[in-house]
Design a protein around this ligand. Structure first.
Ligand code: F0G
Length: 457
């Protein structure tokens, strides 16, 4: 398929360097085979994440100059408040410094020991905050998501039948929260349909359980709905967004993704004033006064502007198109990935690339290391290496997938960079049978993939 041309031109550039293959082999060894330990300077194409790595626009940079740095009641805060209320139709809005800060502020108010939270799929920090609050996190994604080869329109959806079963198993009074992650990052940036959100909301109402939308990539989700859900093909991104959020009671958002920022987050509560009072108290303790929430006034200005740019349909067509372009190159080479391609990246099926590497030798991490050695591309494992150990038994869990994620920063890389990504994967595929797995030599108790040390087997 054709590359969708950029709906912008480049005004400022940043130099990147390329090491030799021998230098990269040395660097990754020094990094203990953990890509988070690499110096970013030693990376050529950085696809570790699409979070906070986006290029801001001239209008966002202009906002940076205008930020009001008052401790309380700054102008930039009111701009964010108005923008967010008008986009999502939620009464109460709290800025925070990033997504996990919203989780930290909100989750302990709804989850304690003995409770469970159920999601179409928890992102790793979201799962960690459920567990830190003392509760247990249960994933409940549709079975289609677990088959990377199977092309379905909404592989991010909640398995609604299973959701009801889990609620009855644990007792509705013990289900503290339902989390709808849009798009479903861990399943491959896969979208969730409005129809699915509607059905989940019906069940939540039936059992009197609140829904929290994990809204990091809400605009990409809205674009997929417009493209794939017949009922909404003539609706605007703005209209679809309002409908999606009407099925939630609150949302947490990392604004480092679809709001095209380098730092920022949001917490929204639709109409529960009592809950929002507690949110504000926690925010003051953890993040700072309510009108800045851990951010500078300038960040708030960039957020108000970025939220609008992230919902621009031409931008979203280019953004999703870039990823579909890479996917079509992988199709040509028979390289398996979570298909169809998701919103923020390509999740290459490392299990299919390395059938000889078992889950507890981390095929997704092995492919991430090879991509760095091959072309200086930094990616990450979304598989058993990231999932970690069972919090009760301490045993390595087996993930449903073993993916290597190529997460694409917004407005940063061009068509030629995408060609390099595809070529590197093809070169690795050619020598895949000679590639070995890894073992962990040190790991911290929680979110280990950020810090662990590894060794080749
Ligand atoms: N929820 C989802 C779905 C996410 O993808 C992330 C972050 C968060 C919450 C937490 O937000 O980083 O601002 O604290 N995802 C990034 C990623 C880190 O690389 O996918 P945060």
């Amino acid at each position: 398929i054709k590359y969708v041309p950029e709906p912008f031109r480049i005004k400022m550039v940043e130099k990147i360097k390329m090491l030799t293959r021998e230098e990269r082999i040395e660097k990754i060894k020094e990094a203990k085979y953990n890509l988070f330990n690499l110096a970013a300077e030693d990376v050529y194409i950085d696809l570790l994440t699409d979070s906070g790595t986006n290029a801001m626009s001239d209008d966002q940079w202009a906002g940076i100059m205008k930020g009001d740095e008052a401790y309380a009641g700054g102008k930039s805060y009111f701009k964010v408040l108005e923008t967010v209320q008008s986009i999502f139709n939620y009464n109460f809005v709290q800025p925070v410094h990033q997504g996990r800060a919203a989780e930290k502020v909100l989750f302990p108010l709804l989850l304690q020991k003995g409770k469970v939270a159920i999601s179409n799929m928890f992102f790793d920090t979201t799962r960690a905050h459920v567990e830190l609050a003392g509760a247990r996190a249960i994933d409940c994604v549709v079975p289609e998501a677990k088959n990377p080869e199977l092309r379905a329109n909404f592989k991010g959806n909640m398995d609604v039948e299973k959701l009801e079963k889990i609620i009855l198993e644990h007792g509705p009074e013990n289900v503290g929260l339902i989390v709808m992650t849009i798009t479903n990052n861990s399943a491959g940036g896969q979208p969730v349909s409005i129809d699915n959100m509607r059905n989940v909301s019906k069940i939540a109402k039936k059992y009197n359980i609140k829904i929290c939308i994990d809204a990091a990539r809400f605009a990409e989700n809205a674009f997929f709905i417009k493209e794939r859900e017949d009922e909404f093909k003539n609706s605007s991104i703005e209209e679809i967004t309002k409908i999606m959020f009407s099925y939630g009671d609150m949302f947490t958002m990392s604004a480092k993704k679809d709001a095209i920022l380098n730092m920022g987050g949001l917490l929204g509560v639709k109409n529960d004033e009592e809950l929002f009072g507690k949110v504000k108290a926690n925010c003051i303790c953890f993040e700072g006064f309510t009108t800045y929430g851990g951010l500078s006034g300038r960040d708030l200005e960039a957020m108000a502007q970025g939220l609008k740019e992230g919902m621009d349909e031409d931008f979203l067509r280019y953004r999703i198109g870039q990823i579909q372009y890479l996917a079509s190159k992988l199709d040509d080479e028979n390289i398996a990935y979570q298909s169809p391609a998701g919103g923020h990246g390509i999740f290459v099926d490392a299990k299919a690339m390395f059938p000889h590497i078992p889950y507890n030798e981390y095929p997704g991490q092995a492919l991430a290391i090879e991509l760095y050695i091959e072309a200086g591309i930094r990616t990450c494992d979304i598989g058993s290496y990231m999932l970690g150990n069972d919090p009760d038994s301490g045993k390595q869990l087996e993930a449903d997938f073993e993916f290597t994620r190529l997460a694409i920063p917004r407005r940063v890389y061009t068509q030629a960079h995408f060609d390099i990504m595809a070529e590197a994967l093809l070169e690795i595929k050619k020598r895949s049978s000679s590639i070995k797995g890894y073992k962990i030599t040190w790991e911290p108790p929680i979110l280990r993939h950020f810090q662990a040390s590894l060794e080749p087997l």
